[in-house]
Structures are given as structure tokens and as C-alpha cells.
Design a protein around this ligand. Structure first.
Ligand code: NI
Length: 259
């Protein structure tokens, strides 16, 4: 069954029909979901979701957009959440220079990115990285912090084939979502065509980034078959194979799910 590695079902975009939607996922072929924390309030929201739905797991972390909200107290809360039996990763963490162009903000993001990478290492969990317009700094940090040893995924991978190669060499995974279906995503399509299927993961980033033909609408895991179809086309395999292999990949990376 489809393994959704990145969704934000605690987002207010799902306030109207969260229960109905999440309950319907298994009968529609979505076997497992990782609900990823973004901000401080999602630390509580994620705990609620994973306690309620047996097939929903969590990732605990603070997105770089919210690095300014981090302090020692929140960091400790994050550490406690990592020890929940259904929290399987630290994320999403990383660098986002798209919305934040000032050097002070970059330094603050880097500080908390590093702290959370170290947390992943200490807690024995893989990481989920968000990197936007911060290609060089992200790669530098992942290498310096020996990310290959920790294990993890570059979520919503959107950089070049060359950069993909750097992460793949370290044994890391690329998270592939709706963007791969966009007509103008030539660079990403190339990277996906080249990467081993064994290092790709399916993800949506719901409620964002819905694939064609639903581009611009609210996204949900129900759109993942469109992503699997496009990856299959690019790699010359069947969508069923993409779904099966990416599920195995996710179970290998998020190893706490088996335990
Ligand atoms: Ni996300």
C-alpha cells in the first residue's frame, strides 16, 4: 500500500473534514502516513493524531520558518516527543532562505537546524529536511554533521541532478511529491529519472503542492497515485512497482515503525 512520508494533517486546511478524510485513507490504498510537525503548536497536535489513528506516525521538529520560536524549553519538549513510540523521525528541520533573506535569520536557522540534527543522532531517529533556496548551506551542514550516518530524507527535493547525486551518495533519500507532475519541473524529472528507485519516497506535503490534474487545490494523500504514475513513467516501470518499492524504502528508513 502507499506509504505517505510527509503530510500536515494538523493544518487548519483540514479542520472541516479531518476525521472523515483520515478515516477513509486505508480503504483508498494509503496504508501509512507520517504526519510532520511544522510549528510549536503542531507538537501537541501531532501527538493527538498519532494516538488516535493506528496507521498515522509522527515526525517531531520545528520548520526553519519558525526557528525564532525555539528555545531550550521547546527543545526539551521536542526531545520528549521523540521518545513517543510512534514518533519515527525528527522533522521537518532545515533552512529556508526564500522567505528569510537576512543573515541574522540564516544564522538562527542554522543554529537550530544543527541542534535538531544532533537530536536526531542522539535519539537514534532519521531526519526530514526542508531546504528552499539554501542548496549550498544545506549540503555543507549535512556533510559536516555526517548526515549519512544518521540517515534521512531531503523532503520535496527540488534541486538539480548533481545535487541529488551528492545526497544519494551519502545513502540519503529524496522525497518526491506533486511538483514532479508539473510540466515545468524538467530539472526535477531529470533527477528522478537518474536516481535509484530504492532511494525515493512518496510524499505530498499536504495541504500544499497538489499534483496535476489537481494543481492549486488542497492536497491530500489521496493524490499520491498521480505522483506514483509520473515517477513510473520517468523510470519505465509500473506504478505498482513504484508504490511497492517506495513503501519498502520508507520502512527501511523509518525503522521504528517495525519495532
Ligand atoms: Ni512539509
Amino acid at each position: 500500500m502507499i506509504f505517505e512520508t510527509h503530510a500536515h494533517y494538523d493544518d487548519e486546511a483540514f479542520d472541516e473534514d479531518r476525521e472523515e478524510l483520515l478515516s477513509s485513507l486505508p480503504e483508498k490504498g494509503i496504508g501509512t502516513v507520517i504526519n510532520v510537525c511544522a510549528d510549536v503548536k503542531s507538537l501537541d497536535a501531532v501527538r493527538e493524531l498519532i494516538d488516535k489513528y493506528p496507521y498515522v506516525y509522527g515526525a517531531a521538529g520545528i520548520h526553519p520558518d519558525h526557528a525564532g520560536d525555539l528555545n531550550e524549553e521547546i527543545f526539551e519538549k521536542l526531545r520528549q516527543l521523540c521518545r513517543h513510540p510512534k514518533v519515527v523521525a525528527v522533522g521537518e528541520i532545515g533552512l529556508d532562505y526564500y522567505w528569510h533573506r537576512d543573515p541574522e535569520s540564516h544564522a538562527l536557522q542554522m543554529e537550530w537546524f544543527q541542534r535538531q540534527m544532533e537530536l536526531a543522532r542522539e535519539e537514534g531517529l532519521p531526519f526530514i529536511i526542508h531546504s528552499r533556496e539554501a542548496a549550498a548551506d544545506t549540503l555543507e551542514a549535512v556533510k559536516r554533521l555526517r548526515g549519512g550516518e544518521i540517515g534521512g530524507v531531503i523532503h520535496c527535493f527540488s534541486y538539480s541532478r548533481e545535487l541529488a547525486e551528492e545526497y544519494l551518495k551519502m545513502g540519503l533519500y529524496l522525497g518526491i511529491g506533486g511538483v514532479v507532475t508539473f510540466k515545468n519541473a524538467r530539472r526535477l524529472k531529470e533527477a528522478v529519472a537518474e536516481a535509484p528507485l530504492e532511494q525515493l519516497l512518496l510524499e505530498t506535503d499536504s495541504p500544499y503542492l497538489a499534483p496535476e490534474p489537481n494543481r492549486g487545490k488542497r492536497n491530500s494523500s489521496l493524490n499520491l497515485p498521480y505522483v506514483a504514475e509520473e515517477i513510473a513513467r520517468l523510470k519505465g516501470v509500473t506504478p505498482e512497482e513504484v508504490i511497492a518499492v517506495t513503501e519498502e524504502n520508507a520502512r527501511r528508513l523509518f525503522r521504528k515503525i517495525r519495532a
